[in-house]
Design a protein around this ligand. Structure first.
Ligand SMILES: Cc1cc2nc3c(=O)[nH]c(=O)nc-3n(C[C@H](O)[C@H](O)[C@H](O)COP(=O)(O)OP(=O)(O)OC[C@H]3O[C@@H](n4cnc5c(N)ncnc54)[C@H](O)[C@@H]3O)c2cc1C
Length: 382
């Protein structure tokens, strides 16, 4: 059991002097959403939640906590699925929410960069880029809530990782508040930067362990003028890997997404998510592929060949943006569908593409042996 800290607690008072009383939450009802993870799997406790409004305030808050010896948990949109944004149950932690650092600082279309504060939602960054006729290609189902600071700290991949890489590959510069409250200014937008060590890389994927990211300069790309989305039935993960290699050979960088979804995962979506429908015949596995800037005739010709060679058993090519969105919703609703079904154990496993079929077979068999009662095969791969 932990007791609610009083407003006259010296740490709370000091934090309130930095950010203002209204930005230090201590009431259990106010704190509750910050100490529970997105799936409701992890529940912790905290002395308070602090909401600084700018980098200087983040630095001052970190200094106060460091001097008091209070552990810090930085938090963005709280959508990560592995518990790192949730404080432990001791009640000693201070959660620092970055949500008020939500300004788009600058869009530079000529340098193809965008400078943002860490608490901007991913969707806000995408929208600001699109308004300047540019693409910020990181895209995740949680994009309306997750924040760019969280994306950087988890080195998020997203649905277009195949073409544009992880968040690490999309980052040119960072500003970070270090554990002692000093501000490290690496906020540069240089494409060619051959000076010294690339320190920003230490903070990307570090889950807040080395500092709190407060701002970033990110890469932008030309906005695709046309896109095609297909839902393809394949017999096995091995067939999907062959299909991926064929698509890469023919379309190269025009292949912007390639997702493997199991029938078990699709079944959960159809069962638990309203307004979803099976796109075509049932199959043990499906591939959701997206092509940018390709001619529809080229995609159709490639697909006809794949059907002839029986690599693909059946396929649907979206005929409108609405249909493409419906196909994407099937993939993007898998986490939500799993959450509704009950508490699941989440993994984000990376293996070389060529070894995915072996990995799935071996992992499924091992899990079945170890936990016979456990429901398996929710796999979705990219
Ligand atoms: C439906 C759904 C779909 C998802 N799809 C994907 C996907 O396709 N690919 C993928 O990679 N992830 C995915 N995720 C997981 C999650 O959305 C990402 O990990 C996202 O990047 C987390 O961002 P966040 O702002 O919510 O971070 P949080 O959950 O708040 O925090 C994540 C970690 O980063 C730290 N942190 C947060 N902000 C900062 C900061 N400013 N400075 C330092 N540390 C910080 C936290 O302490 C924690 O360790 C999905 C989640 C959901 C719910």
């Amino acid at each position: 059991m932990t007791s609610t800290p009083s407003r006259s607690d010296p740490l709370i008072e000091q934090l309130a002097r930095v950010v203002g009383t209204a930005q230090v939450l201590t009431d259990p009802a106010d704190i509750a959403p910050f100490v529970t993870d997105w799936r409701g799997r992890y529940r912790g406790a905290a002395q308070c939640v602090v909401r600084p409004g700018n980098t200087a305030e983040v630095a001052a808050v970190v200094k106060v906590c460091a001097e008091a010896g209070a552990p810090i948990v930085p938090q963005g949109g709280n959508t990560s699925l592995c518990g790192a944004a949730t404080p432990d149950a001791s009640g000693g932690a201070v959660v620092i929410s970055l949500s008020r650092l939500n300004r788009i600082l600058a869009v530079d279309p000529k340098n193809s960069t965008i400078s943002v504060e860490a608490g901007c939602t991913l969707a806000a960054v995408q929208d600001a880029a699109r308004a300047a006729d540019r693409l910020f290609p990181l895209a995740l189902a949680s994009e309306g809530s997750c924040q760019i600071g969280g994306n950087l700290s988890t080195n998020a991949g997203g649905v277009q990782v195949l073409r544009y890489g992880n968040t690490r590959d999309l980052t040119l510069g960072l500003e970070v508040v270090l554990a002692n409250g000093e501000i490290w200014d690496g906020l540069r937008g240089l494409r060619k930067d051959n000076t010294g060590y690339d320190l920003k890389q230490l903070f990307i994927g570090a889950e807040g362990t080395l500092g709190i990211i407060t701002s970033a300069v990110l890469k932008l790309f030309p906005l695709p003028k046309k896109q095609a989305t297909c839902w393809l039935n394949v017999a096995s993960p091995a067939a999907a890997v062959d299909l991926l290699n064929s698509a890469k050979t023919v379309f190269d960088a025009q292949l912007t997404a390639f997702e493997l979804v199991s029938e078990v995962a699709l079944g959960l979506v159809l069962k638990n998510i309203p307004d979803t429908a099976r796109p075509n015949a049932r199959s043990p596995w499906y591939v959701l592929a997206e092509f940018s800037e390709s001619e529809p005739a080229a995609i159709e010709a490639w697909l006809a060949q794949r059907l002839d060679s029986e690599e693909v058993a059946d396929g649907v090519v979206a005929q409108s943006e609405t249909q493409a969105k419906k196909l994407w919703a099937l993939r993007e609703s898998i986490s939500e569908a799993q959450k509704i079904e009950g508490i699941s154990i989440k993994h984000d496993v990376s293996v070389p593409v060529s070894r995915i079929p072996d990995f799935l077979e071996t992992a499924d068999a091992a899990l079945e042996r170890a936990f016979p009662a456990c429901a398996l095969s929710f796999w979705s791969c990219r």
